[in-house]
Design a protein around this ligand. Structure first.
Ligand SMILES: Cc1cc2nc3c(=O)[nH]c(=O)nc-3n(C[C@H](O)[C@H](O)C(O)COP(=O)(O)OP(=O)(O)OC[C@H]3O[C@@H](n4cnc5c(N)ncnc54)[C@H](O)[C@@H]3O)c2cc1C
Length: 589
């Protein structure tokens, strides 16, 4: 997720804060460890609820974890692993029902073993990515690929198939580097209600456990195969988007860690030229990505208030003018890269893998009483965002990009909000043997956009965003990122995975009573129910695709209409005759 808002940038770019106020704990209990709730890092799931559970446990050892799973299994109660920060947007972290038990991996956060000779590291599942890559580096080793944000836990990032960007070698998904794991699953009374299953490379069950949505049990430990420490050389180059569609097909082959960000309104693409270089290459560069640094909360609140005014009362021209600033200021600040950890003196930035691959200083800095925080901290009324991520098979990616550009050309100003959030990020992910991993080599499209704090409040040009996503999912067969997106994106998702049936078979063996299954996991795995929540204004919230005007906001002039380019799409479009015409008039100026 790449977030930053126009005024926010004016207020904060250039500031480096010592403190940060790490995000609040997602699990809260009113009486000790009973009567609990769990939410995500935004404090709000896509349906704006938080989840309830009867109790929570916080195991510190594998034995305590086994006891927690056994207690849930013996009582026939629903259970689910929850992590330190709970970054997934959908309701993955919720145990089923309202009387389940939350098993937090917060204190399962140790490095178990590092074998430098065998290039392997074993960590507990609650270890955050930051600590994994640092422990590897301390032994002269490197995790070759990872997500860009290092606040994710090993258990959570594996469960959702999280990735960086690469088509080289085994590719960018972290689960490709798993060579063993220990998972605690429910068991019959004769085995004490819980067992530890040890899976090693070559065991077909590993293809289920590596990307599991948390429905098989709780992973206790994971062993990764690493590589000798290496350096990368990074350079960002901005060019016009005239050859963007051709480039998307080849960029992942040209650069080991290459990615692309498209600024649709500006008609530009920011190409990341990022390659492995000899470890002797001079340079001690650091990636401290601006969007993942702590920001002054006052600035975040002010920026959000300004953005709300623009969204509600602003014109397209005003929104588009504001949207020009963030990309320019990020470029001016080298996106947060420095050549030596302090100063940026020019591209390329060369540095060790662990200093370049991921960042996230807003979770690392000392508590400062909420003077500053991560951009998305739910304790303040700051930026509030949707984050959609979907992957399209590489052979179809160029055609999708061409369609996106055609949609943009119909009304470029409708795309300004995407520019304001630093564009659509494209990353490469390789086909996986994991049953719920990517079925084909693909390009992952990641887009962040404005979310209202008010349930059902329409957003200007949301029809364009919705059409784009529906086109990706339906016309191009995109698969949604398990840890991102709004509900409608998961409709029929499991059927897009040729091996989802194999996954279900393993689930039935590991957890026949569905203790680790929830309403949400049953819906997205196609077991029962639908992820859609059909109600008034559900399409405005992304909880459904509209099939009736009431799913939009007809009283405010938003009606359910076909897409402008992808006619099969159904989106909430503003009826210009019903709406005030100010925008149109001003746009002519
Ligand atoms: C700021 C930000 C940046 C991001 N950057 C990227 C990125 O670069 N690339 C990318 O692919 N994704 C990215 N994501 C999305 C992210 O990958 C997923 O949301 C994610 O992996 C969540 O990790 P988590 O540790 O917070 O797990 P959670 O969201 O807390 O949990 C996810 C699922 O994993 C299960 N789980 C957790 N631990 C265990 C365990 N020990 N055993 C069994 N199941 C378990 C949970 O029950 C739940 O079902 C980003 C998200 C945010 C908010």
């Amino acid at each position: 997720m790449r977030t930053m808002l126009p005024l926010l940038v004016i207020l904060v770019v250039g500031l480096r804060l010592a403190g940060a106020s790490p995000p609040p704990q997602p699990v809260a209990c009113t009486k000790g460890t009973t009567d609990c709730t769990v939410t995500n890092v935004y404090g709000s799931f896509p349906d704006r609820t938080i989840c309830r559970a009867a109790d929570a446990s916080f195991p510190r050892t594998e034995a305590e974890l086994v006891a927690a799973v056994a207690a849930a299994a013996a009582a026939g109660r629903k259970a689910k692993a929850a992590t330190r920060h709970s970054h997934s947007f959908p309701k993955l972290a919720c145990p089923g029902g309202r009387d389940g038990t939350i098993i937090s991996t917060r204190f399962l956060n140790r490095t178990v073993a590092v074998d430098a000779a065998a290039r392997r590291i074993t960590v507990e599942s609650g270890v955050v990515l930051r600590d994994l890559i640092r422990a590897a580096a301390a032994a002269g080793l490197a995790l070759p690929h990872s997500p860009y944000w290092y606040g994710l836990t090993v258990g959570g990032l594996l469960a959702t198939g999280a990735h960086g960007s690469s088509l080289w070698g085994k590719g960018s998904a972290v689960h490709e580097y798993v060579v063993g794991l220990r998972i605690v699953t429910p068991a019959p009374a004769s085995q004490g209600f819980a067992v530890v299953r040890e899976l090693v490379a070559g065991d077909p069950d590993l293809d289920a456990a590596k990307v599991s949505l948390g429905v098989l049990g709780v992973i206790s430990q994971v062993t990764f195969e690493l590589q000798p420490q290496f350096k990368r050389s990074v350079r960002f180059v901005t060019r016009d988007d005239s050859d963007f569609a051709e480039k998307v097909a080849v960029w992942g082959g040209a650069h080991e860690f290459g990615d692309m960000a498209w600024l649709p309104r500006q008609g530009k693409v920011i190409y990341r030229e990022d390659d492995r270089v000899d470890v002797a290459t001079p340079g001690n560069g650091l990636n401290d990505y601006l969007g993942f640094r702590a920001q002054p909360t006052l600035g975040l609140i002010t920026a959000r208030a300004a953005e709300e005014r623009l969204e509600r009362n602003g014109t397209d021209i005003a929104r588009c003018l504001a949207a020009r600033l963030p990309p320019s200021l990020f470029e001016l600040q080298a996106y947060g890269f420095t050549n030596d950890g302090v100063f940026f003196t020019g591209w390329p930035v060369v540095g060790f893998q662990h200093r370049i691959q991921a960042s996230g200083t807003c979770i690392s800095s000392p508590e400062d009483g909420l003077l500053s925080s991560c951009t998305w901290d739910p304790r303040i009324r700051g930026p509030f965002l949707y984050n959609s991520g979907f992957s399209i098979a590489l052979p179809r990616a160029a055609a999708f990009v061409a369609d996106m550009m055609r949609l943009r050309d119909l009304n470029p100003r409708a795309f300004c909000d995407i520019d304001a959030k630093l564009g659509i990020l494209m990353r490469y992910v390789k086909a996986s043997s994991a049953y719920l991993g990517k079925p084909e080599d693909c390009v992952d499209f990641d887009v962040t956009y404005y979310r209202s704090y008010d349930d059902g409040e329409p957003r200007p040009h949301s029809d364009v965003f919705d059409e784009l996503e529906q086109m990706a999912l339906r016309k191009y067969g995109a698969v949604p990122h398990w840890g991102k997106n709004r509900n409608f994106a998961f409709d029929g998702a499991a059927a897009k995975y040729p091996n989802s049936g194999e996954f279900i078979k393993v689930k039935e063996r590991y957890d026949p009573d569905g203790i680790f299954s929830s309403e949400w996991s049953d819906q997205v795995l196609g077991i029962s129910g639908s992820p859609n929540i059909v109600d008034k204004r559900c399409a405005i919230e992304g909880l459904c695709v509209c099939s009736d005007d009431s799913h939009c906001a007809p009283e405010l002039g938003y009606f359910c209409r076909p897409g402008k380019l992808f006619k099969e799409a159904r989106v909430c479009s503003k009826d210009k005759s019903a709406a005030a015409g100010d925008d149109d008039l001003l746009d002519e100026l």
